[in-house]
Write a protein of this length. Structure first.
Length: 314
């Protein structure tokens, strides 16, 4: 169906408990700033837009990530028939939909601050609008909790992982995927004064002022262990930017990563740079011109270290 996400906002089932705010007027009372649309529920909580541009980027990011790990939806050794699965920061719901399709007997819940999800979904999937940094009202019954690319959203990772531990069944798994935001290059092709690195340095400064740590990826393994999980495993990958890799699969991964990055540059920068660093929108746009030039430079063989960390509740 050729239907835009703007007209396909997911209705949250009414049978869920009263803590759900998805039917509240604020959920669809979107806020607009610098030409982009932001969530209305918990206004200002997340500085990334929730409009069509961002939705397209989220889907490209998903495709690139699944290609990176060979088409899998997770690396944690979960059972083939989990009963309940939670996808935190579900975004467009694309991961949750694919997981629900692959596990038709599993009840899958996707939770996010924004109603960006489609109406037409597998019957075993539903979406909820909520802030996962508040206390959860879920029963302690999940077999698997999936968290991916939430570094710009979470202010208290120990608390989030503590809640994951509390709401998993004994033997259940959590998996967290985040990337080290500073790019690397093995062949020295990325000069130290490149604007991609400068972009993330400014982003890190802005995020720190908004009580967010963008360097969380390298600390995930310890954080998951500190939360009480056992069999904690970290699997690092190199996520390339662009089509420079010789291996066909990585070339495809790099294409998706470059395109989603270009699509998301303005959305990430506007919220963080104007709110925290007090840049004007014009200053942001001028800076992004230089960043885009470096992103498109085929001589830069850059990649991001991306960490898949999972652990099991005893």
């Amino acid at each position: 169906m050729d239907v835009s996400r703007e007209s396909r906002l997911k209705r949250v089932p009414q049978q869920r408990s009263s803590f759900m705010s998805s039917l509240h007027e604020s959920v669809r009372n979107f806020k607009y700033e610098n030409g982009r649309r932001y969530h209305g529920f918990e206004e200002g909580r997340y500085p990334i837009p929730n409009d069509e541009i961002e939705a397209n980027r989220e889907d490209m990011k998903h495709h690139g990530t699944t290609l990176l790990i060979g088409g899998k939806l997770q690396l944690a050794p979960i059972s083939n028939t989990p009963q309940m699965v939670l996808d935190i920061g579900t975004g467009t719901g694309i991961w949750a939909m694919e997981f629900a399709d692959a596990h038709p007997t599993t009840e899958v819940i996707g939770v996010d601050l924004s109603p960006m999800q489609p109406d037409i979904v597998p019957p075993n999937l539903h979406f909820e609008i909520d802030d996962v940094e508040r206390e959860w009202a879920y029963p302690d019954s999940f077999d698997f909790i999936h968290i991916r690319y939430m570094f710009s959203a979470i202010t208290d990772w120990p608390k989030l992982l503590e809640q994951c531990m509390r709401h998993l069944k004994p033997g259940g798994w959590v998996e967290v995927i985040e990337m080290d935001i500073i790019p690397s290059s093995d062949d020295g092709s990325l000069p130290p004064d490149n604007y991609i690195t400068k972009y993330f340095q400014h982003l890190t400064e802005a995020a720190a002022q908004m009580n967010r740590r963008l360097d969380i990826a390298i600390h995930l393994q310890q954080l998951v262990a500190d939360a009480g999980f056992v069999r904690v495993t970290e699997i690092p990958y190199k996520l390339p930017m662009g089509i420079w890799p010789k291996q066909k699969n990585l070339k495809n991964v790099g294409f998706f990563h470059r395109e989603q990055f270009l699509e998301g540059l303005q959305g990430m920068a506007m919220g963080f740079f104007t709110r925290a660093l007090r840049w004007t929108p014009q200053e942001v746009e001028v800076f992004l011109t230089r960043v885009r030039k470096d992103v498109k430079d085929p001589s830069f063989h850059s990649y991001w270290r991306t960490y898949f960390v999972y652990g099991q509740k005893p």
